[in-house]
Ligand binder design. Structure first.
Ligand code: BGC
Length: 269
């Protein structure tokens, strides 16, 4: 079976940089029309650069500013996309942030900011996407599924992470959100899955790879001995968005060079 997302509209939240930008490029290469979402005016240029690259390769898309943690902005974003592009077939719930702090020093603002974007943002976008999937129904010319949601979680949905209680909590919760939606809407043929990346070379974790010492230390956690790239995640997103994965729903797929094999146990335990 050929993987084609032709004539499907994909919204990728937080796709002006990092993993989101990589996913947008991969989905576009497979034929999807992509909506490059960015969070605030300052990120517009980056979003435009992602779209320029996509257009330069013959792809189609638009950019759209929306803070996914704000209900009114999310509702409006979906209305505008449906008005301008007809529908939404694929939602990639990718937007995510880190506000790291030792637990006792973590402020309520740091806690709330991460939960709002990483978890509430995924709730709000999934809710609007499911409404649209059910309104439109299955379009067999495009896909055998009624719609696809891909949550971008993390290895930290199962690996506890000292100094990142807000982030790890948000990712653990995404697993339950994803599985509950897969259960609730399976009979409607809506597929809901999570991608759980390990260390991917993006701006969110610059300090983990921007010096040789940092990278060497990071690689001790990765059996496959390389840092991941956004395109690694993009490839998996294409598969999960396509009918090739039609029997996969409610799954968390780890893509981490083996990080979740707990490398430190290779010489101990
Ligand atoms: C985090 C990165 C981290 C990686 C592996 C990701 O979810 O955003 O900062 O490098 O997990 O620990």
């Amino acid at each position: 079976m050929e993987i084609s997302l032709k004539n499907q509209v994909a919204l990728i939240t937080g796709s002006s940089s990092g993993i989101g930008a990589g996913i947008a490029k991969s989905l576009s290469e497979s034929g999807a029309t992509v909506v490059i979402n960015y969070p605030f005016p300052g990120a517009k240029e980056q979003a435009e650069a992602v779209l320029d690259e996509i257009s330069g390769n013959g792809g189609k898309g638009i950019i759209y500013q929306c803070d996914v943690s704000k209900e009114d902005e999310v509702v409006k974003m979906f209305q505008d996309i449906i008005r301008d592009l007809g529908t939404i077939d694929i939602l990639v719930n990718n937007a995510g942030i880190q506000k790291d702090a030792k637990f006792m020093e973590m402020t309520l603002d740091q806690w709330n900011a991460v939960i709002s974007v990483n978890l509430t943002g995924q709730f709000l976008c999934a809710r609007e996407a499911i409404k649209e999937f059910l309104r439109r129904g299955i379009d067999p010319a495009k896909s055998v599924a009624c719609g696809k949601i891909i949550h971008i979680s993390s290895v930290h949905e199962i690996i506890p992470w000292a100094g990142h209680a807000n982030y790890a909590s948000s990712k653990g919760a995404i697993r339950m959100l994803m599985q509950t939606l897969a259960q609730e809407y399976g009979a409607d043929r809506i597929r809901v899955n999570s991608i759980c990346p390990g260390a991917i070379q993006t701006p969110i974790n610059t300090t983990a790879w921007d010096t040789k010492e940092a990278l060497d230390s990071l690689l001790t956690l990765i059996p496959y001995n390389r840092i991941g790239q956004p395109a690694d995640i993009g490839n998996l997103a294409v598969f999960l968005a396509s009918d090739m994965s039609d029997y996969i729903t409610g799954a968390s797929i780890f893509i981490d060079g083996g990080m979740t094999t707990f490398e430190s146990f290779s010489t101990g335990g």
